[in-house]
Write a protein that binds this ligand. Structure first.
Ligand code: ARG
Length: 459
């Protein structure tokens, strides 16, 4: 099969230019969606009076065969034919002759490729949402296991207030829940069919676009043919949702890297999710967490790449848009890998509960509780803050902790306290003091885990 536009041309394109323009290398990944679209196209052509039902049946059977052959790696696709769409048409024509050449009646590769991507995205989003849910379940399991493990909570990466480790992981559960929401939302807008838009102005044959959308399992046909062939904001939205997802994953990974360090010593990665050094025998590196953090860059890059490609493109189709696929595919593969590896890493890591427990006694984690105690006794909070600040300074100078100050020392520093203050300086009590909805008190966290599990069940 020669070029699709042979008639208008007197010579072939330069071979290297041809190769430069070809997308087969990457768009062959769309083959099954291309065939799904072609099957519906064949059905629509019966209604349009182009195919008899028998002819359409023949074409459809051949397309199914081709799908099996490509899946089994039995056919050789040719770069000379530029892309997957032309390759499949050529294979079809080999099988059914002129009927294969008729299939493209009223259709353009412009509506064809736009459809393929939408079908691809639809399937991939569903799969990715499943992977996010798997990761959320792992987070809930770790949270369940550590609903009594107290850790220092940080702001500015400085010790702030005690929190439950479960509470910390639940934060990521909710970030992921919103990430999922963005993908689900993107899938809704993506679920419209461009088929029948033709090159740009609409098919010249009376195909029923509503029928085609329905046969494709999509909500409806896209309302405007020019928009249908030239919009890629469905991909941009996906890449945007993926970028935000990666920003969340990379924050978690950054924490895992820090926590795995000797200085923190909160966790130890399982050997299956760590690497050694080729020179320093003592090393156990959290490579995979680092790599997920690193891959965030390429996912952002893919978004910026396509945003830049699309910027300023006049309606309708422009060949620039062929550049949409590699960033899309790369992002799909990258986030898939990241979600799976992160789930494995979290499920197998060891939390060094004893070591963490020693650490929470230090670092004035309950200073706010002392201030709150004073405030509850009527000291204006600003003033209470000032008094506790003095106590902390005193401790720092003497190398002590708030809980080892005597009543006399505390009073001398201006803190009007009684002996009932001591329980308040215990980090566990600090948790109890934070029993608002969404707070870190153990009963709140237990309820939050139940609520989160229910949320997943209801989806
Ligand atoms: N390979 C092309 C792409 O991915 C298919 C559409 C080509 N259409 C065209 N008019 N050249 O965008």
């Amino acid at each position: 099969m020669g070029k699709l536009w042979g008639g208008r041309f007197t010579k072939e394109a330069a071979a290297f230019a041809n190769e430069f323009g070809a997308s087969l290398k990457f768009d062959q990944r769309l083959y099954e969606y291309d065939i799904q679209g072609s099957i519906v196209q064949a059905k629509a052509l019966v209604q349009a009076g182009v195919f008899t039902p028998e002819e359409a049946a023949k074409v459809i059977a051949a397309l199914e065969e081709i799908k099996g052959e490509i899946a089994a790696g039995k056919v050789e696709l040719s770069v000379e034919l530029e892309d997957i769409h032309t390759n499949i048409e050529a294979l079809l024509t080999q099988k059914v002759g002129d009927l294969g050449k008729k299939l493209h009646t009223g259709r353009s590769r412009n509506d064809q490729v736009a459809l393929d991507i939408r079908l691809f995205l639809k399937a991939e989003i569903q799969r990715i949402v499943g992977l996010i849910t798997e990761l959320q379940k792992v987070l809930l399991d770790v949270a369940e296991e550590h609903k009594d493990t107290l850790i220092p909570g940080y702001t500015h990466l400085q010790r702030a207030q005690p929190v439950l480790l479960a509470h910390h992981f639940l934060a990521y559960f909710h970030m992921l829940e919103r990430d999922k929401g963005r993908f689900v939302d993107c899938a809704k807008r993506n679920d419209e069919s461009p088929l029948g838009a033709g090159a740009l102005a609409g098919s010249g044959f009376p195909v029923d676009r509503h029928f085609m959308a329905q046969k494709l399992g999509m909500t409806r046909p896209m309302a405007n043919s020019m928009d249908a062939v030239s919009s890629r904001d469905n991909i941009l939205e996906f890449l945007g949702a993926s970028s935000i997802l990666m920003s969340n994953l990379s924050r978690l990974c950054e924490e895992l890297v820090i926590w795995h360090s000797t200085e923190f010593g909160f966790i130890e990665m399982d050997d299956a999710f760590a690497t050694g050094s080729s020179i320093m025998p003592q090393k156990k590196n959290p490579d995979f967490a680092e790599l997920i953090r690193g891959k965030t860059g390429r996912v952002y890059g893919n978004l910026v790449s396509l945003l830049t490609t699309m910027k300023g493109l006049p309606l309708a189709y422009n060949k620039d848009m062929q550049e949409d696929k590699e960033p899309l595919f790369d992002t799909v593969d990258t986030i898939t890998g990241c979600l799976k590896v992160l789930a494995g890493m979290l499920a197998t890591m060891e939390v060094k509960v004893e070591h963490i427990a020693q650490g929470v006694q230090k670092g004035f984690l309950t200073a706010t509780d002392l201030a709150d105690y004073l405030a509850k006794r009527g000291v204006p909070f600003r003033q209470a803050h000032e008094i506790v600040g003095r106590c902390v300074l005193f401790c720092l100078e003497k190398g002590r902790e708030l809980s080892d100050l005597t009543l006399e020392e505390l009073r001398a520093l201006g803190a009007e306290v009684d002996s009932d203050i001591y329980p308040h300086l215990d980090p566990r009590q600090s948790l109890q003091n934070r029993s608002v909805y969404g707070g870190t008190a153990p009963q709140q966290v237990a309820a939050a885990i139940r609520e989160a599990r229910q949320l997943l069940k209801d989806q």
